[in-house]
Design a protein around this ligand. Structure first.
Ligand SMILES: [Zn+2]
Length: 244
């Protein structure tokens, strides 16, 4: 069993979320057809505009937090983002027990904040990205840290995370990448290039192989494996029992 995660946020660092209207319904159909349950790490401020869309996802999939407003976390905003997000989901009647930090950037007290606000697990730690995160000894499988279960973000190659962004960027070479225990994607990656904002070099790189090509790359990568959500994975895991 592998874990499929979706980071649900505004489209490519813009203020719009066309992908929740245009792409998410297709993604949900695809998951249905392929008997996939996924975890949607969702930016909770999207609830204000997209309550019905998010509740539709929650019917069949797990909703977890991807912060409240998706800033890079720092010592000033981390507590607000972690706390408010948890409160918002509860206000809207959505169960949320997991957290993923935007950009995989966490603060020193990340795990104690998660514990304080009642999260059960985290999936924010990634191996290495210049100037962003550096966890040289990060385990390759889930582990318990300060009472919180961590699903570390695996990499295909050093500094190349197990995500659709890198499969797209490095396609067709990425066909050679081995599947990891966990994978993540953003719905906006399936939008057509012209529907995505332009700007920085990074934005332009992230737009490579968007749209129908992204669907093809994604389907090829996940085909033939069984995929589930973090919560479903935990139910069958020894780690859960150890943590009780
Ligand atoms: Zn994000």
């Amino acid at each position: 069993m592998r874990i499929l995660t979706v980071d649900l946020e505004n489209d490519l660092r813009s203020h719009k979320c066309k992908s929740i209207e245009v792409i998410v319904p297709k993604l949900l159909d695809f998951f249905d057809d392929n008997k996939i349950t996924a975890t949607f790490f969702t930016v909770s401020s999207l609830l204000e505009k997209y309550e019905s869309e998010i509740k539709a996802i929650a019917k069949k999939h797990e909703i977890a937090s991807h912060s409240h407003t998706h800033p890079w976390l720092n010592s000033h905003n981390a507590e607000y983002e972690i706390k408010t997000s948890k409160e918002k989901f509860s206000e809207y009647g959505i169960k949320c027990s997991g957290f993923r930090a935007p950009g995989a950037i966490t603060t020193q007290n990340h795990f104690s904040l998660l514990k304080k606000y009642g999260y059960q697990y985290d999936s924010s730690l990634a191996h290495f990205f210049p100037g962003r995160y550096h966890h040289p000894n990060l385990p390759k499988k889930p582990f318990v840290n300060q009472g919180i279960l961590e699903f570390p973000v695996p990499s295909f190659l050093p500094a190349i995370n197990s995500s659709l962004s890198y499969l797209k960027l490095l396609h067709p070479l990425s066909k050679l990448f081995q599947r990891q225990y966990l994978f993540y994607l953003h719905p906006w990656e399936f939008l057509k290039k012209e529907d995505l904002p332009s700007g920085s070099l990074i934005k332009n790189l992230l737009k490579r192989n968007s749209g129908p090509t992204a669907w093809k790359i994604f389907q090829e990568h996940i085909g033939g494996s069984k995929w589930t959500s973090c919560q479903e994975w935990l139910k069958t895991s020894q780690l859960q029992n150890n943590n009780k």
